[in-house]
Design a protein around this ligand. Structure first.
Ligand code: BTN
Length: 283
């Protein structure tokens, strides 16, 4: 079942990288292993997921060979972080991936708060319906936890990167794209995964140190596609309905939360939500 094991990860905690041809979901499988005491550092990559999952219960689908689908099992010591800071681990993977893409291609990728990677905006004549103004999604991250008592016992961070699409499907026109379609060459998924893991090791290790969030937050802000943009945020309320706010994304706080300034000057802190980048307001 194993395919193409990655070998050069000796300096990292990711020594057990398993690449399978097909699985239900790499996140689901690592969550299962986490509950069975699997150690930190296990990595699972699949060519096909039969039940791939995205954020907010969405399905994540990708035909074989068109994307890199990888999950990582982590067990950060509970004393090293606050439960409200979990999104910083997600950001660490996002930034590690941006850095890996920059090492391999000339593509500029940024973080769309909280969990998406997007490319440079393209000029669009109008706001796309149900899309983001000019930005195309290249990757998405799904972070899930195993909670024991009141503590995070394990964290599974899964990423799906659009690496080799034959073309952009019509329903995703202006909304998503793939590395090969932007840079014009096939992606070496082995190399990409390896570079991501090496880059992630540095950021993850730093996050576990005292004061380790400062550098990551600086990097996150300078690679943010969302900061200083006009945004619409959809949030799930406690009553399971959707609440929507619009405003300007003015900052990311020390826990990785997004600060929005509304038109009336009020400020809101967003912990989880779906962000849409809107056409800039006329000056
Ligand atoms: C999103 O954009 O909604 C997040 C998508 C996350 C997809 C990845 S693919 C690898 C891992 N396994 C899953 O089932 N989901 C994540």
């Amino acid at each position: 079942m194993e395919r193409n094991p990655i070998t050069d990860l000796r300096e990292t905690r990711f020594k057990s990288v398993e690449w399978v041809s097909e699985i239900e979901s790499t996140n689901t499988e690592l969550l299962r292993r986490a509950r069975e005491e699997a150690p930190e550092g296990e990595v699972l990559i699949a060519d096909i997921q039969t039940a791939g999952r995205g954020r907010r219960g969405r399905v994540w689908e990708a035909p074989a060979g068109t994307s890199l689908m990888m999950s990582i099992l982590l067990r950060p010591p509970p004393a090293a972080f606050n439960i409200s800071q979990i999104s910083l681990f997600t950001s660490a993977l996002a930034l590690a991936t941006i850095s890996a893409i920059q090492e391999l291609t000339a593509i500029t990728v940024q973080v769309k708060w909280p969990n998406d990677l997007v490319t440079d905006p393209i000029e669009l004549p109008t706001n796309p319906i149900d899309g983001d103004f000019g930005y195309r999604k290249i990757a998405g991250i799904l972070t899930e936890t195993v909670i024991v008592g009141r503590e995070v016992n394990a964290l599974v961070i899964g990423i799906g990167i659009n690496t080799d699409w034959p073309e952009v499907p019509p329903h995703l026109e202006h909304k998503a794209s793939s590395l090969n379609l932007i840079c014009g060459k096939k992606t070496d998924r082995d190399l990409l995964s390896k570079k991501i893991l090496i880059n992630f090791e540095k950021r993850y290790a730093a996050l576990l140190e005292i004061g380790g969030t400062t550098k990551l937050l600086r990097e996150l802000k300078s690679n943010s596609a969302t900061l200083h943009k006009q945004v619409k945020v959809e949030m799930l309320t406690a009553a399971e309905s959707i609440s929507v706010i619009e405003g300007t994304a003015i900052d990311i706080d020390n826990d990785g939360q997004l600060l929005i300034r509304l038109a009336n000057g009020d400020e809101k802190t967003i912990n989880v939500g779906d962000v849409h980048h809107l056409r800039p307001l006329p000056r």
